[in-house]
Design a protein around this ligand. Sequence first.
Ligand code: NAG
Ligand code: NAG
Ligand code: NAG
Ligand code: NAG
Ligand code: NAG
Ligand code: NAG
Ligand code: NAG
Ligand code: NAG
Ligand code: NAG
Length: 789
Amino acid sequence: MASLLQLLPILCLHWLIININISFISSNQIPKLQPYVVYMGRSSSSSSSTTSNGNSSREEVEIAKLAHLQLLSSIIPSEESERINLIHHYNHAFKGFSAMLTDKEASALSENDEVVSVFPDPHLQLHTTRSWDFLEPQQPTTYNFHKYNLSSTDVIIAIIDTGIWPESQSFKDIGLGEIPSKWKGVCMESPDFKKSNCNRKLIGARYYHTPSAAASNSTLKTSGGTPRDPIGHGTHVAGTAAGARVRNVSYYGLGRGIARGGSPSARIASYKACSEDGCSGSTILKAMDDAIKDGVDIISISIGMSSIFQEDFLSDPIAIGAFHAEQMGVMVVCSAGNDGPDSSTVVNTAPWIFTVAASTIDRDFQSTVLLGNGKTFQGNGIHFSNLSRSKKTYPLAFGKDVAARLTPPSEAKSCYPGSLDPEKVEGKIIVCIGNDPTVPRKIRKLVVEDANAKGLILVNEYEKGVPFDSGTFAFAQVDNRVGSQIINYINSTKNPTATILPTVDIPKHKPAPVIAYFSSRGPGQLTENIIKPDITAPGVAIIAAVVPIDKEGIVPIGQKPPKYATRSGTSMACPHVTGAAAFIRSVHHQWSSSMIKSALMTTATVYDNLGKPMRNNTGKYANPHDMGVGEISPVKALDPGLLFETRTKDYLNFLCYYGYSGKIIRSISNVNFNCPNKSSEKLISNINYPSISITNLDRRRGVRIIRRRVTNVGSPNATYIAKVDAPSGLLVKVLPHKIDFTDTIKTVSFKVAFYTKNKEDTSTAYKFGSVTWFDASHSVRMVFAVSFL
Ligand SMILES: *[C@@H]1O[C@H](CO)[C@@H](O)[C@H](O)[C@H]1NC(C)=O
Ligand SMILES: *[C@@H]1O[C@H](CO)[C@@H](O)[C@H](O)[C@H]1NC(C)=O
Ligand SMILES: *[C@@H]1O[C@H](CO)[C@@H](O)[C@H](O)[C@H]1NC(C)=O
Ligand SMILES: *[C@@H]1O[C@H](CO)[C@@H](O)[C@H](O)[C@H]1NC(C)=O
Ligand SMILES: *[C@@H]1O[C@H](CO)[C@@H](O)[C@H](O)[C@H]1NC(C)=O
Ligand SMILES: *[C@@H]1O[C@H](CO)[C@@H](O)[C@H](O)[C@H]1NC(C)=O
Ligand SMILES: *[C@@H]1O[C@H](CO)[C@@H](O)[C@H](O)[C@H]1NC(C)=O
Ligand SMILES: *[C@@H]1O[C@H](CO)[C@@H](O)[C@H](O)[C@H]1NC(C)=O
Ligand SMILES: *[C@@H]1O[C@H](CO)[C@@H](O)[C@H](O)[C@H]1NC(C)=O
């Protein structure tokens, strides 16, 4: 059952407004209402036949709706019958609804035999960087998919996000054939979105009413929505996953090149479930139900629950929707979150979800600082100010020397809100120390800008590598070493001056990829027996389509709003994997989601463009809790050699081992199933996943034997040999260590035995390594993580 109380603290603020509205509407005393999701397991239509793709007749839907209303009327007092209303109703891939309930009613419902879980509708966040810091340009990805003769262009990708801006060049349908016949979705209209805005690329668009909009009125609102993207997050994500090729794209001249998505031939269906403020879980669940019914192949979700208040798998809307999607052959790819670099911050960690971390690409954006003494320093960041046009320099001051009255210099030094004296700041370039992660760069920039400064030089070590976009305000970020040289210069002269030169993009930047500081880290909070995140993809300063909004401070004087811009976040990494998965599916139609995931995971690279192991942004080696198995190599993944297939039964066993009852699992599963007699969380390590995680290996009696099963998808006659890369203190044996595949032997099981070696070592910290299966032309790498007791 959902721990209802846990979520309340963060939800309170959000729903406060609604409760006030309700008390105005009604003269009666209504107890505190809030939206709840009532999840009731698999739907009858999903289990009757998988070929029906969740199709259910109108009649069936109406009957199910009536049943849900009846269920509500059994717990809502008759004198409040006007409250017997469904906000969302789920009936295609799974059953349930969302509704406004009191906490008493919610807990009464959770006792009902048909109900799997009841939980307060959570507020989810878009996974761009924490602070919407970045407005960034479009980059051509480094993967050349076009030399492949794609046998099919019928892969459909659902983007569940903030909607779409259909006019973008990235969504033109030139060269695409008929819409695949399996498509059953719709192109919803609104005053600003016509049927003709959909085409053979953007084949569908839906929008939803959020519970808060519904709640503010006793009758559910049915107008006012639109599939159109007001902010650009959904447009950017869609363009990255499957945008068409567009030549000569740049962000005001930066990063010029061809823009295209990971799978330019795939079709896009947009489901607008979020606004600028985030998303309601119940709406995301509705969008997933619709997407499965509409006939999509892959669902891409750059959204997640809070990493602090993580709910169990069956009280997490994305995990629930993805579970049913997976059972019906639809792959779900999600972002890992932006709450790094602290450990255990990764979200979307269910094993049936493909969880994506973010890394940098080989392009850097530099804004050089020129001091009055002629010295220059390399800075990082994106700005379009006209500061250096006149070739002159401006007075330069350290924040603590221009503090407001009564403000401690320690605050002014860091440019905290209210700490600067506008009279002393006006016309100057200000230097601030920005190493306190609680104040976003965007805020510091606003503080300095509001005090009438000419520009900001931010000394910031931890956000290194993720360029901040300050729009038309001059900005450069430098590291501590450069920062102290600039401060010494200020201290050494009577009238220090400086300017910030225009931003230039540096291609072929090294090293890259580097794991982004913001990318959420493993291990997972719910279980450590699966490695999460799974994989890494580019998510820093990615250039893709945006909504051209004319916002002051963003658009340079005399220019039009940008149609392509940079953004950063695991939100941007997720659609890279979605696009790569669509590309693989277009070549290997018959592969299941878990086979595609395995292909991408076992072929991923852990090396950067210097040929060295990948690092994090402080220069330390990255480990699987930072990057999963490494960075995707989509072209290699086309020919992986061997595949680890995770079947529905593996996922059901996972739920048993995690601790759900057999009864609950049967009510959500499309197949007949009984939990194994022996069940413990440890056994999760044994589900057939393309990586291995073992927890609490006993140092004294330490042996753990893990089973895996591989299927040969290369040439039939192949011999594979296992090679182990084990960390010190651990002995790892593979049995058998040689496998012969033939025309008839296609799937083979093997064991990996882990023995502790150094009994004196008392550290319980994780150690990492890998088992790689080699034949003449493939290497199939399986990463492992082991913690000790
Ligand atoms: C779904 O059901 C409706 C009504 O039974 C039917 O008209 C439609 O063709 C079905 N679609 C599919 C894909 O089976
Ligand atoms: C691509 O596929 C088509 C249809 O199967 C075939 O006619 C064509 O020769 C192929 N082109 C290449 C370069 O393989
Ligand atoms: C609810 O919405 C309807 C239509 O949008 C409107 O006519 C009605 O006045 C609203 N009621 C309240 C109490 O706001
Ligand atoms: C690319 O676009 C720029 C303007 O944004 C234009 O000046 C330039 O000529 C274009 N280049 C090509 C090759 O079309
Ligand atoms: C530079 O920008 C400022 C505002 O940021 C504006 O007042 C000024 O006129 C601009 N100068 C030029 C030469 O465009
Ligand atoms: C600036 O110089 C003064 C005196 O030389 C010294 O006390 C102070 O520590 C210096 N400040 C910085 C930030 O280097
Ligand atoms: C980088 O990795 C080191 C070693 O694992 C870790 O201590 C540090 O916190 C990480 N820093 C970032 C920003 O990821
Ligand atoms: C599991 O337990 C049931 C009932 O106790 C028994 O009938 C069955 O044989 C057991 N299965 C296994 C694999 O041990
Ligand atoms: C695999 O080997 C067997 C026995 O040597 C042979 O009969 C068969 O033709 C081979 N298959 C392929 C595809 O090479």
